[in-house]
Ligand binder design. Structure first.
Ligand code: RAT
Ligand code: ZN
Length: 434
């Protein structure tokens, strides 16, 4: 038999009569497949207190702060004046005792406590605190990675952050489960301040963005990519992000980010659509969303065909246009259901749309976890939806006459939960080996 005539599959075969068995197999396989979480705010243990963990941190997650403030009507100042433990107790009481915790962020806490074996029925915050006090952090990280079936997580590493920078300068020992990503928001969103910081660190930069400044900024980026061994560069951008325009940002992307990304063969990840500080009194919880213009992404992908772009957008309204754009540009990789989209109804809608328009060539989810234990709920909840949508698409395919093999389901799950991301990071723009 020739290669084109042979099926690639092995293992159990599923055809039209076996849809129910296929669904069970998909759920099992998606759960068994380890994940690479391509965007988190977690840190390797060497970063010390920057790695947040424990029930108090889980409860003061900014997604929950917004919900608790809204529910309680407490003056902002009163909340911020509390200690961390008081804030956590207030959120527990407001959202879990006085109300039913069925928002996605609340349900996440319940999933975490349950999966760690704690007594949910008791609703006893003190007993949860006692459990976490007893944990050895190293063993706890192992247990959380195991519970989430997480192979590795990509951090968000900001050299402009005065808490993080010294750790990199000490060149702390790495933990192979944690990868770095070079986050450059200040550079692209606040050039005046970033330029001053670069000067303080010995780069010969000036506000005017002349040739010397651009060369020095490239040196800064290359140096940090190498120091961090970063998998990609990343930025979050407002809904009015345009490329090209008259801004410093356009010059920096064109003259520094795109060429450095190409030279180092690292993708440039754009997270587009966040309106920062819509309500500053809420601090980190005060950001909002706006619809952005896909044109900027099209322009970038077309102008820099040898640069790899990873994109996620925050507005639901942008998801369809983004899928269409990804069909046009192999140097564009879509990832995750970001932040306010990380809710079951929206994950399902987006995953379905992406599978239908792009087949298996996306990373349907990242966790954005800020607190270690959150990876448990974020992946539990998302895995269930990814498996459901995948099984629906397979069912349609079986009805159309296709036969599917167990090892093909495994291959697809591996691609979706990490393989596609790694292939994109390691490959060249425009496809493997090109
Ligand atoms: O999802 C979040 O926690 C946000 O606060 C942001 O961190 C966002 O994901 C970002 O990376 O800017
Ligand atoms: Zn994030």
């Amino acid at each position: 038999m020739t290669q084109t005539a042979a099926h690639a599959g092995a293992g159990q075969a599923y055809a039209e009569g076996g849809v129910e068995a296929m669904r069970e197999a998909v759920a099992r396989i998606v759960n068994e497949t380890p994940v690479t979480d391509l965007h988190t705010h977690l840190y390797a243990p060497a970063f010390g207190d920057l790695l947040l963990w424990g029930v108090d941190e889980v409860l003061i997650y900014h997604y929950l702060i917004a919900e608790a403030m809204r529910a309680s009507g407490l003056p902002y100042g009163d909340f911020w004046a509390m200690s961390k433990e008081e804030q956590a107790a207030f959120i527990w009481r407001t959202l879990f005792i006085e109300r039913t915790p069925y928002s996605e962020a609340c349900r996440g806490v319940v999933t975490v406590l349950k999966r760690l074996g704690l007594n949910i029925e008791a609703r006893d915050l003190e007993s949860y605190r006692a459990y976490f006090r007893e944990q050895d952090l190293g063993k706890h990280i192992d247990a959380v990675f195991k519970a989430a079936n997480l192979e590795s997580a990509v951090m968000t590493n900001d050299p402009f952050d005065s808490n993080e920078r010294p750790v990199w300068e000490r060149e702390a020992a790495g933990d192979p489960r944690f990868h770095a990503a070079l986050r450059i928001d200040p550079l692209l969103n606040d050039w005046t301040n970033a330029c001053g910081m670069l000067q303080d660190w010995g780069y010969d930069t000036a506000a005017d963005l002349g040739p010397k400044t651009l060369a020095e900024t490239r040196r800064f980026l290359s140096g940090w990519l190498e120091r961090m061994n970063a998998l990609y560069m990343a930025v979050s951008l407002p809904p009015d992000f345009a490329f090209p325009d008259e801004s410093a940002r356009t010059i920096l992307i064109r003259e520094c980010i795109a060429p450095v990304a190409e030279e180092h063969n690292v993708p440039f990840a754009l997270m587009i659509g966040v309106k920062r500080a819509v309500n500053p009194a809420l601090k980190l919880a005060g950001d909002g969303v706006g619809v952005a213009d896909i044109q900027a992404v099209e322009n970038l992908c077309a102008k820099f065909p040898a640069t790899k772009f990873m994109v996620t957008m925050l507005a639901r309204e942008n998801q369809h246009g983004l899928c269409v754009t990804a069909r046009k540009f192999p140097n564009l990789f879509l990832f995750g259901c970001w932040w306010f989209l990380n809710n079951p109804s929206l994950i399902e809608e987006m995953t379905r749309m992406r599978f239908e328009l792009l087949g298996p060539s996306v990373a349907p989810q990242h966790s954005d976890a800020r607190v270690l234990e959150q990876v448990i709920y974020k992946w539990d909840h998302s895995r269930a939806i990814i498996a459901k949508v995948l099984a629906d698409k397979y069912a349609d395919l079986l009805h159309a006459g296709w036969t599917l093999y167990e090892d093909e389901i495994r291959r697809d799950a591996r691609m979706l939960l990490g393989g596609n991301f790694w292939d994109f990071v390691k490959g060249r723009a425009g496809g493997a080996g090109s």
